[in-house]
Design a protein around this ligand. Structure first.
Ligand SMILES: NC(=O)c1ccc[n+]([C@@H]2O[C@H](COP(=O)([O-])OP(=O)(O)OC[C@H]3O[C@@H](n4cnc5c(N)ncnc54)[C@H](O)[C@@H]3O)[C@@H](O)[C@H]2O)c1
Ligand SMILES: O=C(O)[C@H](O)[C@H](O)COP(=O)(O)O
Length: 324
């Protein structure tokens, strides 16, 4: 068996090499994302691990070519699977796997950090005028605000539990409610959470139903002083609606994921028109999809993605297979 792993960063490489050594399975490491130019490197391999590139999101050809190369699976090295076309994967008999729970605390604790920054009005643009900072940065303590959590799955649950442990009040909206959380948080309708929360934190996957869930109508329900945090997927927020809301509210936002960010992963988000538009506002803080980025998470992602590929090639199944 021989695997290929696309889009490998410097930090991931040692974990992949160690896995390859321990399991005695050769893994070709490619720094490039899979693209029209790099897909040919997959020839001669039995299995593949990757993060879906924009090319791959939009072209059925990729799925057909990988199938022609003899691939039986697509191991996606992330939790979100919004970049994969499951119908095309099924058509070309490619089993898709993801890494569902590499470390919910990596994103969960990042979100808690961001919620605290938003609560304390940490200036989004640093400047040296102490007096001005004092005037604008007076904040609230966590026990005095309501945090609204959208999606209480693995990550949202960590956020909810931590905020409650710190003395905060959590309002939650989630398709699947967590029984263990029911005594700690108030489950409400989406509209009630959005209209009552001082800070909203999004933790749902990007699906057909959640594209632009936060639109003009939902923003209009938010408190004019509310803040919104998105560590899930950029497209869950209609960025143009967010900007319209920022224009007339006193609110703010922290975004770890941007609309269309995939198109600019290689060249930098400075090229992303949504980034450019958002940066005109002083109360916007953007981080480059790093909520997950810890040593533990990077190790878990690499090892699980490789295990998923190996399991399918060895036994025809993986515990992390996504069904259509
Ligand atoms: N920024 C990052 O670095 C990073 C890292 C990992 C994951 N993520 C994103 O976070 C998302 C959540 O991850 P998770 O592990 O908590 O997922 P999860 O599947 O464990 O939880 C998702 C929760 O959202 C609920 N849900 C799904 N669709 C919904 C909808 N339309 N309305 C209301 N509730 C809905 C589900 O019932 C579930 O409770 C991932 O899909 C991924 O996109 C981001
Ligand atoms: O490989 C990566 O870059 C990460 O797995 C990825 O960015 C995290 O993806 P997520 O878990 O947010 O779906």
């Amino acid at each position: 068996m021989k695997l290929i792993y696309y889009g490998v960063s410097e930090e991931e490489e040692p974990f992949i090499q160690r896995w390859s050594f321990l399991h005695k399975i050769p893994v070709t490491i490619r720094k490039e994302q899979i693209s029209k130019e790099t897909i040919e490197y997959a020839k001669g391999h039995d299995g593949i691990c990757l993060y879906p590139s924009v090319d791959m999101r939009e072209n059925e050809t990729f799925y057909r070519m990988l199938s022609n190369y003899g691939m039986k699976q697509l191991s996606i090295k992330s939790t979100g699977i919004d970049g994969v076309n499951l119908e095309w994967a099924k058509k070309y008999h490619l089993q898709v796997t993801n890494v569902p729970a590499y470390s919910p605390t990596s994103v969960g604790h990042f979100a808690v950090m961001a919620i605290l920054m938003l609560a304390r009005n940490i200036p989004m643009r640093m400047h040296t005028d102490d007096q001005l900072v004092r005037k604008t940065a007076i904040g609230d303590e966590i026990q005095d605000i309501k945090v609204g959590i959208i999606g209480t799955g693995r990550i949202g649950k960590v956020v909810a539990q931590t905020i409650v442990a710190m003395g905060g009040t959590v309002l939650a909206y989630s398709r699947t409610q967590d029984k263990g959380l029911a005594s700690l948080v108030s489950y409400l309708s989406l509209e009630d959470v959005v209209s009552q929360a001082d800070i909203l934190s999004i933790h749902i996957p990007l699906t057909k139903e959640s594209v632009h869930l936060f639109d003009d109508e939902l923003f209009a329900k938010m408190k004019p002083t509310a803040k919104i945090l998105n560590t899930a997927r950029g497209k869950i927020i209609d960025t143009k609606a967010l900007i319209r809301w920022l224009e007339h509210s006193e609110g703010g936002c922290m975004l770890d994921t941007l609309e269309d960010e995939e198109k600019y992963f290689q060249v930098g988000q400075e090229q992303n028109p949504f980034y450019q538009d958002l940066m005109a506002y002083p109360n916007v803080f953007i981080t480059p999809h790093i909520a997950y980025y810890t040593q533990l998470a990077v190790k878990e992602i690499a090892e699980t993605a490789l295990n998923n590929a190996r399991d399918i090639l060895e036994s025809g199944a993986s515990m992390n297979t996504i069904s259509l």
